[in-house]
Structure formats: C-alpha cells, structure tokens
Design a protein around this ligand. Sequence first.
Ligand SMILES: NC(=O)C1=CN([C@@H]2O[C@H](COP(=O)(O)OP(=O)(O)OC[C@H]3O[C@@H](n4cnc5c(N)ncnc54)[C@H](OP(=O)(O)O)[C@@H]3O)[C@@H](O)[C@H]2O)C=CC1
Length: 508
Amino acid sequence: MFKARQTMDAPMTASAGRSGADSCGADISAQRQPDDDGGDRLEPSELRQPDPDGSSRQPDPGVSGDPVAGEREHPEPPTIPGSGAVEGDVLPWPREALNPPGTPTRLQLTGQRPQPSVAAPDPGSGLAKPTAAATPTTDASPDAVLVRRTLAEIAPVADRVTSYFYALLFIGHPELRPLFPVAMDTQRDRLLKALLTAADHMDNPAVLTEYLQQLGRGHRKYGTRAEHYPAVGEALLGALARYATLSWNTETEAAWVRIYSRISQIMIDAAAENEVQAPAWWHAEVVSHDLRTPDIAIVTVRPDQPYPFVAGQYTSLETPWWPRVWRQYSFAGAPRPDGLLSFHVKAVPAGWVSGALVRHARPGDTLRLGPPAGSMIVDHSTDNGLLCLGGGTGIAPIKALVEDVAQHGTRRPVEVFYGARSDFDLYDIDTMLRLQNTHPWLSVRPVVDDRAHFPHAVRAFGPWDEYDGYLSGPPGMIRSGVDALRGIGIPQDRIRHDSFEDLVMAGR
Ligand SMILES: NC(=O)C1=CN([C@@H]2O[C@H](COP(=O)(O)OP(=O)(O)OC[C@H]3O[C@@H](n4cnc5c(N)ncnc54)[C@H](OP(=O)(O)O)[C@@H]3O)[C@@H](O)[C@H]2O)C=CC1
C-alpha cells in the first residue's frame, strides 16, 4: 500500500494553488528539493547469446555469467544488431524473387540524398499504433493497409524474420558485419524493430519524421553511411517476402519499397545535416564513480569536447569492455558550467554494460557517448507547474528537470514523487531533499509501495489542473503513470515521457 514518507520531508511547504491533503487525510506533501545525477534507463530485455567466435570478449566487467536480459539502460534508438542467431533456413533470398523481372516496384535505393519518388505522406491520417494491426483503420492510407497486413503476418514469427534479415544482410554484405556488436542475438534487433516501427507509423508524418531523424543522427556513431541503406532495404524486403507469404505480392512489395525509401531518405538526410554540426560520438573520461548501493552507481564523465544537451534528454553510451554495445542513460542533471555529465546506472542481472559501469568502471576510464536525444524536456512556454514521477533510477532525468527550472529562475511549483521498492532503493533521496531545502517551490515525496499504487499516489494530492506531467521509470510505471495523470485531469498532450517507441525498442 502506498506510503509517502513524511519523515523524509524537511520543511513542509504548501505549494501555491494546491491543496495539500486529500480525503485520505495523509498530508505528505512537504516541499523539498532534489539534486543531480543520472540513471539507467529502460531495460531492453535482451537475451544474450554466446559470442559466436568468442573473440572480443573483454574480461567480464563484473557481471558473472552472460550478458543479457533486462539491461536497462535507456530506451535506445535502434542499434544495428548482428545476426548470430541464424536459423536453419538461412539461404540468401533470390534476387529474382525480390524483384521479379518487369516489376515496377523494383527496389531502387541509391543511398543518395532526397529521393523525390517518395510517396507523400497522408497528412490527414491518424496515428498508427506501434503494433502490427491487421485491421485497417478507416483513415489508413492504402500503403499503410498493406504494410500493416505484412506486420500482422510476421508478428508470430518475429524471431525468425529477425534472424533471416540479419543473415541476408551479412551474407550479402559482409562488409557491414563490423558495424554490429560481436555478440548478436535476436533481441538486439533494434534496427529491424525500428524499421518496422517506422513503417507502422507511416501515416503520421510528424511522428515518423522526428523518430527517423533521431534514428539517422544516432546511427552515425555506428559508422552507418548512406550507401549502406540499400543493402538494409534488400534484406528487409527479402525477410518480409520470406515470412509474409500470405500477404506478399507485387502490390505489397511496392508499398514496402515506398515506405523504406521514405524511411531511409529521412535518416540519410538527418545524418548528413547533423554531420556538419556535431561529431558522430564523443569520448568521455570517467572522473568519479559513486557507488550508492551494491547495484547502483552515479558515474560522472568529462566529454572531450562540448556536449550540448537539454535537461530531460538521454544519450547512448559505449564502454571499452563491450565494443559496439550501446546503452542509453538519461543525464542526471541540467547542463553545468564545467561540462561534466552524470548518469545513474543500475546493474541489472547479466547486464553487460550496466554491470561494467557499476562494478568495473573507474576514474580514468574512457567511454564513448552518442548524441543527445529525447523530448521529455521542460516546456518553458508555460508557467504551469511540473508534476514529476520518477521510479527507481528514473529519478535521474527528473532531477535534471528540477535543476533546469531552477536555472531558468521562474518560480513554478514542481512536485516530485520518487517511487522505489524500499527505503534502501531511494539511493538519491538525500540529493533530492537537499534540492527541496534549497528551492521553496519544490516538493519531494518519497513513495515506497507495491507497483499497483506508486503512480496513483498522486491522486491523494492536487489539484493538478495547472500542472504538466513528467514521467520517468520502468515502462510499466510509465504506462500506469499516464493512466494516473489522465485520471486526475491532465490531458495527454501535457504528459511527457520517453516515447513508447523507445520503450518498445528497449523490449519492455
Ligand atoms: N538510469 C536512467 O537514466 C533512467 C532509467 N530509467 C528506467 O527506470 C527504470 C528504473 O528501474 P529500477 O530502478 O529497477 O526501478 P524499480 O523496478 O525498482 O521501480 C521503481 C519504482 O517504480 C515502480 N514500478 C515499477 N514497475 C511498475 C509498474 N509496472 N507499474 C507501476 N509502478 C511500477 C515501483 O513500484 P513498486 O515498488 O510498487 O514495485 C517503484 O516505486 C528502468 O526501467 C530504467 O530503464 C528511466 C529513465 C532514466
């Protein structure tokens, strides 16, 4: 049951415009303040696979056994995974089958700049669900109907499609294999998953474009170049054709060629544009390693060159122990004058990168950082209050938001609910309370409870009609948090969190 721990609260301050207690009577609202640091984000439930050749295995960075499941680390923008898991039926897909002679839908991806042949998106159509929907919606474009039919058909055999996709890619283009981690598994299919997610959103140009632009920029750190895209497109169509046998025909293939042309062109353009503005990655030296619990460390790094970002965003991070294995973490503070960046990292069971960062990393080690991403940032165009829910290490970006509000100097009420499984797991409560003590407009409420109640604890407080919602934590918490915030009257468009595509990508 929900427990807000008043004992943690320092000075109790009644937030302006808010009635502190609710009908339950438990007035736990004390106004505190938070501090900084980062965390491990969404955990891609990845199945680790044995390294195909056993090479490149750095000393196990502190994690016994294998790499794997649930290494959170932020929702990571699709990584190009490798195959490894090649199932029995791996044969190169015959080109003729992909592009039957005379077929007007032949895959013609040049990997060049903008391709005018791309079909214009339907601006009037609604947001496609991020899941394969066999049933066309009334406003779905004809291409979307075909694409979703394919997605629905391959959904039950997604693992096989993934294996086949990477087999086609690497057999046809072995030069691309080094772009991927040595150890590949079917759960690390972020590239394919991203492509399919994008295809599913084809009728929502705004979402599609933003998502793909970030994806294109993020792929620079893998060494992806424009000329690689046609190979990926061929592998994609080959895998779909192989497993969507019921729905695959000339018309469907043409729809996929069109959508992939759009997808790849947006990514290529975004990468090219970003190339003149920022490096593909940053080196960053670990300058401090603060072990807060046996499993959670706050890691602070100094980038080798200025690293521009906005509070609430996240980055991808690669350690020297697991080359080409990237994980995402939120910045645990707003930008600071000394340029240092902090992350909250929780070592998840069998987590390669998180285990290495918590148990192996030390000052002097060098990490690589990808570009910043994410849109869970403070809306400074309003003076609405901020209702922030941070679960576990999800408190990291919430602390950054608090610092951001403080830096802007505008007095806006900020209410933070910090959820954890136990008091022991409130590893950063002291920092948050220090911030509360510094900023009278801030209230921090620790919530230790079973997961059924944490996000819904906000109902006991309020009113929240002049607040915007910010959610960060496990995907399940975010989903339930969205319900809770909508339930207390905060409209969906005023609720911010990392995208569900990211959550999907992270395997949650
Ligand atoms: N490190 C970072 O930079 C960031 C990390 N994240 C993500 O935050 C998560 C942190 O994990 P961890 O520290 O282990 O958190 P925990 O699993 O310990 O959960 C933290 C809080 O969230 C609640 N919660 C968990 N699951 C649900 C659910 N399905 N519905 C409602 N409430 C739920 C818990 O409630 P209860 O105690 O009742 O279980 C607890 O209050 C990871 O998924 C990570 O990827 C997100 C952003 C940034």
